[in-house]
Write a protein that binds this ligand. Structure first.
Ligand SMILES: NC(=O)c1ccc[n+]([C@@H]2O[C@H](COP(=O)([O-])OP(=O)(O)OC[C@H]3O[C@@H](n4cnc5c(N)ncnc54)[C@H](O)[C@@H]3O)[C@@H](O)[C@H]2O)c1
Length: 459
């Protein structure tokens, strides 16, 4: 099928590449000319396991193309995916300006019938807004036979496993309406997703609004589980309980399950923080307060400060003259995404208190340089106190303590003897509970985990 992807970011590029891999003829549009140039010159602008290979092969066989030309992109696809960003507005609501700009462009240039698929995460009612914008644009032109239907198809891929998630989804949620155009769109979307349903039916058909809501409900639930465990972990630290033992104890209940129960130094990324806020904003528009989600967000903001607080409790308020190693910058492993990453909160805290840092991340260093330059805009002296190193052990050289912020596999089994020989003090603040406190005690390493102080001698 002929597909256009509007917005070639994490979601758009994965969607485009995977649909091309299945034999579709895909054109990806982005207004960021630098991004399109990288893609057209054989590169890839993001780190996502497995993506580079399928982008390269489908670019080579001509099934995956990239453009900045809006008119060409509208003409190309019978199906137009909107996969642009929906960042938080100042009041926490999802900013729909990119989504509606994409809709306007479709309406401005479309001929014949188009299926417009909202893949961006958008609040309930957005499909109606998108339809209105397209309809208004069509009305301004003298174009016969232009028709469309807007379908909601939220994306559930996880960064770091996005290609696998897209190719083998747990579920495909499709919201469509029952008009004649809606039925036509439904048939086309069904055809598009047929290869994904070969093993068993994975598609959940529903009305458009319910599909839009499902995405927020899913992210809100996952964020809730994380904040729930983080809050309990902080209590565990005080009452002498090992949160990891508790995690196993409750996760074994099939009604609870093991996923998303890890205590840590807070969730980040492009989705959970903004989607929780956006759902809260939707509720306020309908005179309802989402008390649980309000707490989820508050707990997470607090949790991002937990490592900084532990460092201050250990070393004092003034960190001038102290030097720390940091392992992990990305908001989670296997991605270079730094959006709302906990590392940024911790860096701000330690740098403001006078510390210097040597930081390592396997893939996010370039992105970190970019976002930290913005975070510390006009504070060049502070930014200069962050040194990027290529090897985790080098980060540890002469450091007063090691801070672990992202649970990359490469950090899980370090050579502790070497690590100790590099560190000035054998102290680890582990924001992801990678290590066993008792093992650390045996190694004479002072260990500060999250919700594990009952097992450590030093705390
Ligand atoms: N990143 C994820 O893991 C993930 C997962 C599921 C859903 N989502 C949702 O998918 C949407 C996209 O997220 P993302 O992380 O891919 O964003 P992103 O910022 O990586 O990519 C968005 C892209 O859209 C481009 N763009 C903006 N306006 C445009 C326009 N009018 N025409 C063409 N291109 C335009 C931008 O230049 C950018 O490259 C968001 O709503 C997000 O909440 C993201």
């Amino acid at each position: 099928m002929k597909i256009t992807i509007i917005g070639t970011g994490y979601v758009g590029l994965v969607t485009g590449a995977c649909l091309a891999e299945l034999g579709n003829d895909v054109l990806c549009l982005d207004l960021d000319a630098a991004k399109v140039a990288i893609l057209n010159n054989g590169g890839i602008p993001i780190h996502e396991p497995g993506l580079e290979v399928i982008v390269a092969s489908n670019r080579a066989n001509g099934r995956l193309k990239f453009t900045t030309d809006i008119q060409e992109s509208v003409a190309h696809g019978d199906i137009q995916f909107i996969a642009v960003g929906t960042p938080p507005d100042e009041d926490g609501s999802a900013d729909l300006k990119y989504v509606l700009a994409a809709a306007k462009n479709i309406g401005k240039y479309m001929q014949g019938f188009k299926v417009v698929i909202d893949k961006s995460t958008v609040p309930v009612g957005t499909a109606e807004k998108v339809a209105r914008v397209i309809r208004d644009e069509i009305a301004q032109r003298d174009v016969a036979g232009a028709d469309f239907s807007v379908v909601s198809n939220p994306e559930f891929l996880k960064e770091g496993a996005a290609v696998a998630d897209f190719m083998r989804p747990d579920r495909i949620v499709i919201g469509s309406d029952d008009t004649v155009s809606g039925q036509r769109a439904k048939a086309m979307v069904k055809h598009l997703y047929t290869p994904f349903n070969r093993n068993h039916e994975r598609t959940y058909w529903m009305d458009v609004r319910s599909a839009e809501f499902t995405k927020y409900a899913a992210n809100a639930m996952l964020a809730t589980r994380i904040s729930f465990m983080n809050e309990l972990a902080n209590l565990a630290d005080r009452v002498g309980v090992d949160i990891e033992a508790v995690r196993h104890g409750i996760g074994s209940d099939p009604r609870i399950g093991h996923s998303f129960l890890y205590a840590g130094c807070g969730y980040g990324g492009s989705c959970f923080p903004k989607d929780v806020q956006a759902l809260e904003k939707t509720a306020r528009e309908y005179d309802q307060e989402l008390l649980i989600l309000h707490a989820v967000e508050k707990v997470n903001q607090h949790q991002k400060q937990v490592l900084g607080k532990k460092v201050v409790a250990r070393f004092g308020e003034n960190l001038t003259g102290l030097h720390f190693a940091m392992w992990g910058l990305a908001f989670k492993p296997n991605t270079d995404d730094m959006r709302a990453a906990s590392s940024r909160v911790l860096l701000r805290e330690l740098i403001d208190r006078g510390a210097t840092l040597a930081v390592h991340d396997p893939v996010a260093v370039n992105e970190a340089r970019r976002v930290l330059a913005l975070d510390f805009d006009g504070e060049s002296e502070k930014l200069a106190r962050i040194e990027f190193v290529n090897n985790p052990m080098d980060a540890a050289n002469n450091a007063d303590a090691l801070l672990i912020v992202t649970e990359w596999k490469a950090y899980r089994s370090p050579d502790f003897a070497e690590l100790k020989s590099r560190l000035k003090n054998p102290i680890i603040f582990d924001g992801r509970n990678l290590f066993e406190p008792r093992d650390m005690a045996d190694l004479n390493i002072e260990y500060h985990g999250i919700g594990r102080s009952v097992l450590t001698q030093a705390e």
